[in-house]
Write a protein that binds this ligand. Structure first.
Ligand SMILES: Cc1ncc(COP(=O)(O)O)c(C=O)c1O
Length: 414
């Protein structure tokens, strides 16, 4: 692979998304969009509009906002359906990822075992173990934890082997948060169904950067956040998907915002759930926190998720090529097959925490995940190939100069 700066420039010139970077304000050479995407003018615009609506309309904003706040979460959900391959009514903006795991697993778990993996994001296991305990089941018996063969990735075949018996539910991430491995959602869903289990997914690390087709894959339910690749702001409310064949289920954690819309304000004490995924909302949506997502989705939709994914694969390919060629002290912990890779690359180094901190001092923002991973995320909407080149060159200079060896981690509170 040509890893020269000249090649990077050529790629940037040919990039159909290169102008999108102008819509964002990202500090430094920003490679941390897998944790928190930066602000765009579009997100600021919709946030500002809703702030003005609050001032000018106050309570009337629920009905007279443009769009009305009353069904804001459903409207945005329908736009998200386009992003994840779902139909209208199957997605809604609500809660946080962890709360949505509770709400959906509490609804869909019948009382058998749950198949997960040992590289999952911890919050998912906290929620799943609690759901088992609530049913009087011992999580140590009922959480079937698929082990990794190499400490980085999970083999789909091992997940399939763990199904069967009294397994009720497979709950997996689309992309592993540390290594960036993309799991085969379609294959896992099919295997779960073949074994009489449901398939739920945590798409936190893929929505907005990987093109999903949840309906076609037959996924039963999914959850995700919007603060990473969707760039909707810190702590932005999450999203969820429930396949329409499950619309007859009653949500286990009902609240008035999941009530059938037409009769919500009749204030009946008996809960009538909305006839779609909207039923999994619980309380009033935090409208000011939801607002940036509207503008953020304008950006994603204008770029097109297919084009975003294509550029993401090209950027991570280029990044892996640079690491191989220029960073002999580092290894790549992310699958090299693009079909098995999400939007970030795990660059491994024994002193990863100090190296990450030293990089930050050189204006390259990455993050560290223990024990040895520097996550580098060239998020396609605002990152160019030359940015990737710059980030790797700075990483090389940190390592060549040993700049990380003098980093005082106690002084770096971020
Ligand atoms: C894969 C995954 N699941 C769950 C969470 C927790 O999300 P939340 O804080 O929105 O509940 C995160 C947070 O980064 C995550 O990366």
């Amino acid at each position: 692979m040509d890893t020269s700066r000249g090649y990077a420039r050529e790629c940037d010139e040919a990039d159909p998304l290169s102008a999108f970077a102008d819509r964002f304000d990202a500090p430094g050479c920003y490679m941390d969009g897998n944790s928190l995407g930066p602000v765009s003018r579009d997100a600021e615009r919709t946030l500002e509009r809703v702030r003005e609506e609050w001032r000018d309309l106050a309570i009337e904003g629920w009905t007279d906002g443009d769009p009305p706040w009353f069904d804001y979460a459903e409207r945005l959900g329908d736009r998200l359906a386009g992003l994840v391959g779902a139909s209208a009514g199957e997605c809604v903006v609500a809660n946080s990822t962890t709360v949505n795991i509770h709400a959906l697993v509490d609804t869909f778990l019948d009382g058998g075992r749950i198949v997960v993996n040992e590289l999952d994001f911890p919050s998912d296991h906290y929620a799943l173990r609690a759901q088992l305990r609530r049913r009087g089941l011992d999580p140590d018996d009922h959480l079937v934890v698929v082990e990794s063969r190499d400490g980085r990735t999970i083999e789909e075949a091992d997940v399939v082997d763990a199904l069967g018996g009294d397994v009720d539910l497979l709950f997996m991430p689309s992309v592993l948060y540390r290594s960036g491995q993309l799991l085969d959602v379609e294959r896992l869903t099919e295997a779960a169904h073949d074994h009489g289990a449901l398939a739920g997914f945590d798409l936190a690390h893929s929505v907005g950067v990987v093109d999903h087709d949840l309906s076609a894959a037959g996924v039963d339910f999914a959850v995700w956040c919007h603060y990473k690749y969707c760039n909707a702001g810190p702590g932005a409310p999450g999203g969820l998907y429930v396949d329409e064949r499950h619309f007859d289920r009653r949500p286990a954690l009902p609240g008035w915002w999941g009530h059938e819309k037409a009769t919500q304000f009749e204030m009946n004490l008996e809960f009538t759930p909305a006839a779609d995924a909207g039923a999994y909302q619980i309380g009033t949506p935090p409208v000011l926190a939801v607002a940036p997502l509207e503008g953020a989705l304008d950006v994603v939709e204008a770029a097109g998720i297919g084009t975003i994914r294509e550029k993401s694969v090209a950027l991570t390919d280029y990044l892996i090529g640079l690491v191989d060629e220029r960073l002999p002290a580092c290894s790549v912990g992310t699958p090299r097959d693009p079909a098995r890779r999400g939007g970030h690359v795990a660059v491994e180094h024994p002193d990863a925490e100090r190296v990450s901190a030293a990089l930050k001092e050189r204006d390259v923002v990455v993050d560290y995940r223990p024990p040895n991973v520097i996550r580098v995320c060239p998020s396609p909407l605002y990152t160019g190939f030359e940015d990737v080149h710059r980030a790797v060159e700075r990483l090389r200079s940190v390592l060549d100069e040993g700049a990380h060896e003098t980093v005082d981690l106690d002084a770096d509170v971020t």
